[in-house]
Design a protein around this ligand. Structure first.
Ligand code: O7M
Length: 222
């Protein structure tokens, strides 16, 4: 039986967003199926969309909250067009960059309608300290002003998550950089993240469902 698209606000039951960046489409599908009920969202980025085609968003949206991580960073009109396409495919959330400016972020929020917009602040990799870290607080304030649902902040630097939490109040904070990039889920959550974003530690695991359960337990027992 075909399941209807489930759109709405992210429910933080597991406090995990799975980044399905696998480019072996059969594997990505199988990981998506295994994790749909064990994480709060499936995050889809360019590697999988380029490998599988945009219809993968629709496919995942039949059983999960799909967060389209296209790191949208263009002029307002182009941002609007991208968000409209992602939402039409079934995305419940989209991710944009702040550096393109407030008008560009606002265009995403307006086009998203009932879908949620998350704004990247400081990036989790070493290069994230070169430019994004210097403006992360401004990006977080911009996200709040523009009416975003939340921000993306680095699990690799929990002390930065704590500072950004002080700026965004009760907006959501999703933290990537757990596992393969060295961050610890419990540290990010203790610092104020609502959920961690986990890619390779889940989709490269021998048993992704078991790996998700273990991360959830680590968060619960922090
Ligand atoms: O757990 P990994 O390292 O295999 O994957 C992390 C995922 O989070 C991957 O999809 C990245 O594109 C994403 N990500 C970061 O790793 N760092 C960031 O600063 C931001 C993101 C992200 O999700 O931005 C929205």
């Amino acid at each position: 039986m075909a399941r209807t698209l489930r759109r709405g606000t992210m429910r933080l039951k597991h406090r995990i967003v799975a980044a399905i960046d696998a480019t072996d489409v059969a594997h990505a599908r199988s990981v998506g199926r295994a994790l749909a009920d064990r994480v709060d969202a499936l995050k889809v980025n360019w590697p999988l969309v380029l490998a599988a085609g945009p219809s993968i968003v629709k496919e995942f949206a039949a059983s999960a909250y799909v967060l389209c991580d296209f790191k949208i960073a263009d002029i307002p009109n182009t941002n609007r067009l991208i968000v409209e396409q992602a939402v039409a495919l079934g995305a419940s959330g989209v991710i944009c960059h702040a550096f393109a400016g407030e008008d560009s972020v606002r265009a995403c929020v307006e086009a998203a309608k009932e879908a949620e917009v998350f704004v990247v602040t400081e990036m989790s990799h070493p290069g994230g300290q070169e430019f994004t870290a210097k403006h992360a607080e401004e990006f977080a304030r911009l996200a709040v002003r523009a009416g975003a649902a939340g921000i993306i902040a680095p699990a690799t630097r929990p002390e930065r998550v704590r500072i950004l939490r002080g700026i965004v109040g009760n907006r959501l904070i999703l933290s990537p950089g757990v596992g393969a990039q060295g961050g610890k889920p419990a540290d990010a959550i203790r610092a104020g993240a609502d959920a961690v974003i986990v890619g390779r530690a889940l989709y490269e695991a021998a048993d992704p469902a078991k790996a998700a359960t273990e991360i959830e337990a680590e968060i619960r027992n922090r």
